[in-house]
Design a protein around this ligand. Structure first.
Ligand SMILES: Nc1nc(=O)c2c([nH]1)NC[C@@H]1CN(c3ccc(C(=O)N[C@@H](CCC(=O)O)C(=O)O)cc3)C=[N+]21
Length: 299
């Protein structure tokens, strides 16, 4: 049976380090890290995530503001809010919760965020730095950054000689994840819906990252014996066994069968999700340290 990687615990470790550094930053410079989270519309799942980000920010001793805009907010109004936050010296990180309503061009909105406050790491400047391996000043997207810290717990920082397969090629997880694995010297393959014989490819992976958004798509017999499996998926599926109308969270990996073969595996919930939120705090702290001109902690 695989070791179950405790992402909740790892996320708490990161948050404790952030909280300590945040208090030191305030003491030394008077600068308090500030995070602005913007949400447009009333999607209940998004509301839950945004609330937990704001809560975690307060736990870290941050200045935390949340802007909740109506579903029908015009794009220009959202862009104007971003301009205001870009110019606000008390704000070091801006997160616009995705997805945005269909009438808003999310690409335009993301590129309007100052790259220096882009704690999601989605601005082209940060995407480019990651692609070029300039990691010291890049903001790295939170989910891949958190996944790397979980992988580090098993393999250390140097992944030389290890084969990594990333299933999924999204801009928010698959592509940045592949770049981080490559920067750590892994041999990386990105697989996707057009990949031939995906199960066979996955069986070559010492590190298998599933980020496709399809519930339990990766089966146990796709997993190489002893591999490290990182499940990025968070899918809510019906759970009639729990009662009428009930649901449960599953990942992109069929956990029970994969855990039989893996050496280590992240669960859902309690794996990558809590690390994502923790890395958002880490990125915000780093941004505040930069703005105060002091060296922050490394994560
Ligand atoms: N600009 C932007 N940046 C994001 O980082 C972003 C986003 N938009 N839009 C939505 C997704 C989703 N996301 C999650 C973060 C943590 C958990 C998390 O902590 N999940 C818990 C379970 C939560 C539950 O029970 O529902 C866990 O996996 O243990 C989940 C999902 C960040 N996202």
């Amino acid at each position: 049976m695989a070791e179950i990687i405790d992402g909740k615990r790892a996320g708490e470790d990161v948050a404790a380090k952030v909280a300590k550094a945040s208090a030191e930053l305030v003491d030394r410079t008077g600068v308090k890290p500030g995070l602005a989270v913007v949400i447009v519309g009333e999607d209940p799942a998004s509301q839950v995530y945004v609330a937990s980000k704001s809560r975690k920010a307060r736990e870290c001793g941050f200045h935390s503001v949340q802007h909740t805009l109506a579903e029908d907010t015009p794009e220009a109004e959202l862009l104007a809010l971003i301009d205001t936050l870009n110019a606000d010296a008390a704000i070091h990180g801006i997160l616009v919760q995705l997805p945005l309503p269909a009438h808003i061009d999310s690409g335009k909105v993301i590129q309007a965020i100052s790259p220096d406050k882009d704690v999601d790491g989605f601005h082209f400047i940060n995407v480019g730095k990651l692609g070029a391996g300039v990691l010291d000043t890049a903001f790295v997207p939170c989910t891949p950054a958190g996944s790397m810290l979980l992988i580090e717990r098993i393999h250390g920082r140097d992944l030389s000689g290890l084969n990594a397969v990333v299933v999924g090629r999204s801009n928010i997880v698959g592509k940045p994840m592949a770049n981080l694995l490559l920067a750590a010297n892994a041999t990386v393959t990105i697989a996707h819906s057009r990949t031939k014989d995906l199960p066979a490819l996955c069986r070559t992976a010492d590190i298998l990252v599933a980020a496709v958004g399809r519930p339990e798509m990766v089966k146990g017999d796709w997993v190489k014996e002893g591999a490290t499996v990182v499940d990025v998926g968070i899918n809510r599926i019906p759970a009639p066994e729990k009662g009428e109308g009930k649901s449960r969270l599953v990942g992109d990996v069929e956990f029970a069968s994969a855990a039989q073969r893996a050496g280590a595996i992240t669960p859902v919930p309690g794996g990558v999700g809590p690390m994502t939120i923790a890395m958002l705090m880490a990125n915000t702290l780093v941004s505040a340290c930069r703005s105060a001109g002091v060296e922050g902690p490394k994560f």
